[in-house]
Each structure stands twice: as structure tokens, then as C-alpha cells.
Design a protein around this ligand. Structure first.
Ligand code: PAF
Length: 281
């Protein structure tokens, strides 16, 4: 596995693989790799000649009161994991190279952002879109791999690819869960023991909502309130949102139909967890 920190070197390396007609799968990450990331890497490994993963904690997607400084980082561990799981090139750029002081643009995402995480994290998806446009240009992948745990991110990256005409296929990969159903996340390490016990209830609440719909319930407010009730009764966390929307459009519906997402975000003492399920009604 090659570790590349320089953008120019990365571009040269990619040009060679392009020239050789090798297919490139790209897994962008902010590091502190967990099984969710490794599943993206394994999927990319099966489908491409070359697998590039990036580690870049993108300051642009963190709000002023968010956890940029304390976001978990462990490059040595990440490097080992990337190497042992089939990454060919680990791209680890420097923040000052990615965002030069004279960086002249601001990307503003105008659709699909006023719901779910976008509603409370103003500017978050602008930062995600900005870094991905740069990373897609630098790594020029054929396929990019994103986890459905961040379903809003998947919906927005789909628009980035379409709207900016990137010749890239987005491959959404199902959420990887712990045995008890908790979605894997770098932030799970910040849960207290009690919170860790409670946290699978985010998923149980979502599954209960799906059962309600399967039994015929179509009113999004009733479904939403049942999930809120479940999470409130079974966790000490503070509910940030529970939403029932069309997917990937992320629009409210009067009655649920077609492909939908039920998504939750819950704040625990030191970690804000998100989870969702998408399915066709
Ligand atoms: O999902 C993430 O880890 C980040 O949002 C991403 C896609 C790597 C962009 O910084």
C-alpha cells in the first residue's frame, strides 16, 4: 500500500492507473476506521482494480460548536487497517494543501439540506460537497463508496455527481451494525456504559416503525410519534429529530408511499448518534 500525502503525487499516480485503463474505486473517510469503513473498502476491493481510500478530517464540514478538535484520530491504526483490508493507495492530504489561504469558492447545497442533519448543522453539507468535489477531481474514481448510515449524505452526493457531471458511479453500502443492532460509528466510543446499553433502541424504534407501516399505518406523524415515544422511553438521550420522508428526494409526504426513509438523531452526553432505514412502502 502506498501512502500519499501530496495532491500532485496523487494526481500523477491516478493518471498512470487511468492510462493503464485500471478501474478505480474510492472510499473517502475522515479516518478512525471502523467496520463500516472496512465494509466499504471490501466492496470497493471486489469491484475495482485499484482501491484508493482517503483520510481527511475536513474542517469545512464541522460547525463552530462541533467536535472538529476532538474528532477521534489515529493514523497508525488506520494505516494498518487500510493495509490489511486491501487498500492500494491511502491518500492523507494536509489541510493547508487542501484549503490554500486563497481558496476562492464557496459551494452551497440548496436542495435536501433543510431536513434531517442538514437542518441543525448549517453549512455541514456545503463542507462535505466542497471536499468531495476536490477529492473526486484528485482521485478521478470510476466508483465511490458511501455508507447508507449517512443516507442524507448519499442523497446529496448523488446530486453532486449529477449536477457537476462527474463520470462516477455512487455505490451505496448498507449500514453495518453491532450484534445488538447499534449502527457502527466512530462516535460510539464516546458513549457511557449505560448509553451504550440504551443506544440500540434507535434501531429498535426504526424497526417498530417499519412494522407499523407493514401493518397498514400510512400517517407519517403517527409513525414519527411512535418512534419518538420508543426512544424517549428507552434511552436517556435527547432526541434531535425523528423524520419520515421520501427517499432520496427527502420531502415530507401527507401519506407515506414509494421509497421512504425513517431517520433519527439522538444526543447522548458526548456523542450524537444517527441511524435510519430506507425501504419501499
Ligand atoms: O462521511 C464522511 O466521513 C465524510 O462526510 C466524508 C464523506 C469523508 C467527507 O469528508
Amino acid at each position: 500500500m502506498r501512502i500519499i500525502t501530496s495532491i500532485e503525487e496523487m494526481e500523477r499516480e491516478v493518471a498512470q492507473h487511468r492510462e493503464a485503463k485500471s478501474s478505480i474505486g474510492f472510499v473517502p473517510t475522515m479516518g478512525y476506521l471502523h467496520e463500516g469503513h472496512l465494509t466499504l473498502i471490501h466492496t470497493a476491493r471486489k469491484e475495482n482494480d485499484i482501491v484508493i481510500a482517503s483520510i481527511f478530517v475536513n474542517p469545512l464540514q464541522f460547525g463552530p460548536n462541533e467536535d472538529f478538535d476532538s474528532y477521534p484520530r489515529d493514523f497508525e491504526r488506520d494505516e494498518q487497517l487500510a493495509r490489511n483490508n486491501g487498500v492500494d493507495i491511502l491518500f492523507y492530504p494536509n489541510v493547508n494543501d487542501m484549503y490554500k489561504p486563497d481558496f476562492s469558492f464557496q459551494i452551497k447545497v440548496i436542495d435536501k439540506v433543510d431536513v434531517l442533519c442538514g437542518k441543525k448543522r448549517e453549512g455541514h453539507f456545503d463542507g462535505v460537497a466542497t471536499v468531495l468535489i476536490k477529492l473526486f477531481n484528485i482521485t478521478r474514481p470510476n466508483r465511490v463508496y458511501f455508507g447508507m448510515k449517512d443516507a442524507q449524505q448519499v442523497a446529496i452526493v448523488t446530486s453532486v455527481i449529477e449536477d457537476f457531471n462527474f463520470p462516477i458511479e455512487l455505490v451505496p453500502v448498507s449500514t453495518v451494525r453491532e450484534e445488538d443492532g447499534l449502527a457502527k460509528s466512530s462516535r460510539n466510543v464516546y458513549l457511557t456504559e449505560q448509553e451504550r446499553q440504551e443506544a440500540p433502541n434507535l434501531y429498535y424504534g426504526l424497526k417498530m416503525a417499519r412494522s407499523l407501516i407493514e401493518d397498514g399505518e400510512r400517517n407519517p406523524n403517527i409513525i414519527r410519534n411512535k418512534v419518538i415515544e420508543h426512544i424517549a422511553n428507552h434511552t436517556s438521550g435527547e432526541i434531535d429529530y425523528v423524520e419520515v420522508l421520501s427517499y432520496p428526494e427527502l420531502k415530507e409526504q401527507k401519506e407515506v408511499f414509494g421509497k421512504i426513509i425513517i431517520a433519527v438523531a439522538v444526543k447522548f452526553t458526548k456523542a450524537r448518534l444517527i441511524d435510519n432505514i430506507t425501504f419501499v412502502v
